[in-house]
Design a binder for this molecule. Sequence first.
Ligand SMILES: [Zn+2]
Length: 298
Amino acid sequence: MLATPIVIRYYRRVKGVVIITLIGYSKTDMKEKKQAKDTITFLGTGGARFMIITQVLASGGLWLDLGGTEILVDPGPGCIVQTNKRKLKAEKLSAIIVSHRHLDHAADVNIMVEAMTQGGFKSHGRLFAPTDALETEPVLLNYLRERLDAIEVLEESKTYDIEDVSFKTPVRHVHPVENYGMVFTTPRHTFSYISDTRYFDDLPGYYNSELLIINLVFMEPRTPESHPNMPIDHLSVPDVERLVSEIRPKATILTHFGMGVWRAKPWEIARQLTEKTGVKVIAASDGMKFDLSTLDED
Ligand SMILES: [Zn+2]
């Protein structure tokens, strides 16, 4: 639909000359401002090595549009492809957040900084990442760093502001590299993104919010006790059940599926978890756009 321009004119007289100032608004802009929405687009729903190598499910992270503030979280492989495919505009991004430096979360950070800054012609935006991803094994090429307004270091229990959105990194996860989940607060909603981690006792206490987004990689835990030869620090279906039962959000969205979860049909797992917990659990699909205003209806 075409926007209808509304033009406001200011007249003033300077040394006998009439100066007219025209300010253009459009009805569409005003409507968008009035009906600010929070949406999350799942650029991909695959996680862990074999799913990422094969791209049976896409990868690429979460694209947040929070009342017009656009934020990209965990730009995994193919993020640039999915961004263009979904007709999202990287130059509108205010920030890119990397939870940790594993490939499935950070592989496309360079190209996404390139896209956010229009190939360097429009330097702007911020990158948030743990020290480990900035210094130990830097995920961002040096020549791209100067295009950003700032690089912010993620630390445990800190809160960060991006325009009128804030997010907290409440606890360092149990994972082979430094890694944080996030609790986002917008003027309308709260939601948590529980990035990769081994389950630990206090985990649910850190992520109280209306909506949970959980990276579900395995069907069963692979703890040092159950798999002494090859423990892997990822969440599994029983871990998700504990998280949902303790936090009791309005809804939970599962994503970042490993091959075993995909074979078991994530939507079936979600249905069973909904039955067991009484909380609405949804399996994300590639390209799914979730509107948080649906949380207000239930
Ligand atoms: Zn990881």
